[in-house]
Design a protein. Structure first.
Length: 260
């Protein structure tokens, strides 16, 4: 498995599969590259897909120091440089969408087309999850809290027929301090002021029933990024890309094809 060492000395694990034009896939908070395992083959068939384990996750280093979405974007650049990729499409979901916002805004020459899934601009302008959702995730019974998270990610019908394992509810090997660092990075994200600088063709995708990262964030993002399109997937929750793979995958692939 290849690695790159950042200018700050952090060793990052990354993964390259498939062939064709490069496509970077960025996962959600506190997750490693396995977030994409259930759908990655859809993209490998048409692209050279590139993932990484964020610092704090997977096989990457886990320094106990502040993390940020802007810093994660710099880590993505380090991976692209190491892999010899000058320009790539970027598809970021959840916190990965926040990372992708910085990448596209501050390094436009490196991003072809951009897809932001179940994401948010953050800061004062972003729509936050409700206190009820926060309480469900913070309850002391960890099994109940995990069940609450699963129900935010997937519909009851999906959970009844898909017993797991689930690779979207956090990297089980993460140290506790790294989880807290990821949580803080996502919470501090605020790209509102730089979003109008994004020049990449942009598609914003969101599940209509997402309350983990409220669906109201989708039109906010699309309205802030010049020329962005927004697509809502009816009935989907946060992990729309997995449960509604039959809708989301072709939708994203068609958008990328149009901006080859």
């Amino acid at each position: 498995m290849p690695y790159v060492t950042t200018p700050g000395g952090v060793k990052l694990s990354y993964q390259v599969r498939g062939a064709g034009r490069p496509l970077v896939l960025l996962q959600g908070q506190s997750n490693d590259h396995r977030w994409w395992d259930s759908v990655r083959a859809d993209f490998d068939a048409a692209y050279q897909t590139i993932t990484l384990d964020y610092r704090g996750t997977g096989d990457s280093d886990k320094p106990d120091e502040p993390y940020g979405t802007r810093g994660f974007a710099a880590d993505v650049l380090a991976v692209l440089d190491e892999a010899g990729v000058e320009r790539a499409h970027v598809y970021g979901t959840s916190m990965g969408g926040r990372v992708a916002q910085w990448l596209a805004a501050e390094h436009p020459s490196r991003v072809g087309a951009l897809v932001l899934g179940c994401s948010s601009p953050g800061g004062a302008h972003g729509v936050e999850r409700s206190n009820d959702v926060r309480r469900s995730l913070a309850q002391p019974d960890r099994a109940a809290a995990e069940r609450a998270l699963l129900e935010l990610m997937y519909t009851p019908a999906w959970l009844a027929t898909h017993p797991g394992p689930y690779f979207t509810i956090g990297d089980p090997g993460m140290p506790h301090y790294a989880r807290l660092r990821h949580l803080a990075a996502s919470a501090r994200h605020d790209a509102w002021d730089v979003l109008p600088a994004i020049t990449a063709p942009t598609l914003v995708v969101h599940g209509s029933d997402d309350v983990f990262n409220p669906a109201a964030n989708a039109p906010l993002l699309a309205g802030r990024i010049p020329g962005a399109e927004v697509r809502m997937i009816e009935g989907a929750r946060h992990a729309y890309f997995e449960e509604f793979r039959h809708v989301a995958g072709p939708m994203v692939l068609e958008f990328l094809r149009q901006h080859a």
